[in-house]
Design a protein around this ligand. Structure first.
Ligand SMILES: C[S@@+](CC[C@H](N)C(=O)[O-])C[C@H]1O[C@@H](n2cnc3c(N)ncnc32)[C@H](O)[C@@H]1O
Length: 252
């Protein structure tokens, strides 16, 4: 498993604060509409790899879907709010084995990009395939190679606060071009606004980016066909400006 013990553990406590401005409701609605436009039954059964704090799972469940979320970080899972139509499991894509088949398998917000080695990528596709019947959908967004090469990753600072804490996160990327990898070192400073104390920690995230050809080759090897690729949350064709590209695959 690529996810080292440090990844999404200490940062889990500030994950929802850092990404609170993302319009998860609109994202989940777009995802559901996209799946249903390709034949996924409304209120069907979904398997979500890397469900994190359950941001999308809960909204999809509110729409009627029955969702199983699989997440390797126990700290992310602890923060996942329960929902009667969501089952959260501790595990990774390689180890997932449910008794029932699903209508669609999802991996949202760059989860596939955390699968950096070929064995992990084969496990990602293989586990999805095992949980789908013919016609079932496998859908995910990934870092898109042409955009990563176009916007060379650079250091960035993100600052967020609520009434209790403020968080400053500095992201410093290094690239391994031959392996299609960007390793981002995240340095966090979290300040407790009541006591005035602060703490620091560091996480290193290795992320892989993909071309459409790589996605299609893996799809073919595991018995999927490409249904569509487009910019996430849009109908635009992927371009060198599209960092996050959405792929929908169908099991043959
Ligand atoms: C950027 S977060 C996205 C979380 C969630 N999907 C969201 O949209 O907020 C990436 C997630 O992928 C999970 N992850 C990383 N490697 C994984 C693997 N091999 N199997 C399943 N999940 C994995 C991480 O623990 C983390 O929760």
């Amino acid at each position: 498993m690529n996810t080292s013990p440090q990844v999404f553990q200490e940062s889990a406590a500030v994950y929802d604060l850092l990404y609170g401005e993302k319009d998860t409701l609109a994202e989940a609605e777009w995802i559901a509409t996209t799946l249903e436009s390709h034949g996924c039954p409304p209120a069907g059964r979904l398997l979500e790899f890397g469900s994190g704090t359950g941001r999308h799972a809960r909204i999809l469940a509110d729409r009627g879907y029955l969702v199983t979320g699989v997440e390797p970080s126990s700290d992310m899972l602890e923060r996942a709010e329960p929902h009667p139509r969501v089952t959260y499991l501790h595990g990774d894509t390689a180890s997932t084995s449910l008794e029932e088949k699903c209508d669609a398998v999802l991996a949202l917000f760059h989860v596939m990009s955390y699968h950096t080695s070929l064995p992990e990528l084969h496990a990602f596709y293989e586990t999805a395939s095992r949980h789908l019947d013919s016609g079932g959908l496998f859908a995910f967004d990934v870092w898109f190679t042409p955009a990563v090469h176009s916007f060379v990753p650079e250091a960035r600072v993100l600052e967020k606060a609520n009434s209790h804490i403020s968080v400053t996160r500095t992201a410093t990327p290094t690239e391994d071009i031959a392996q299609s990898l960007v390793t981002v070192t995240y340095d966090y400073t979290v300040e407790d606004l009541t006591s005035g104390t602060s703490s620091t920690f560091t996480e290193s995230h290795a992320m892989r980016h993909f071309t459409q050809t790589e996605i299609e080759l893996l799809a073919k090897q595991h018995g999927f066909e490409l249904v569509e690729s487009r910019e996430f949350m849009s109908s635009a064709k992927p371009s060198r400006n599209t960092w996050g590209v959405w792929f929908t695959l169908r099991k043959i």
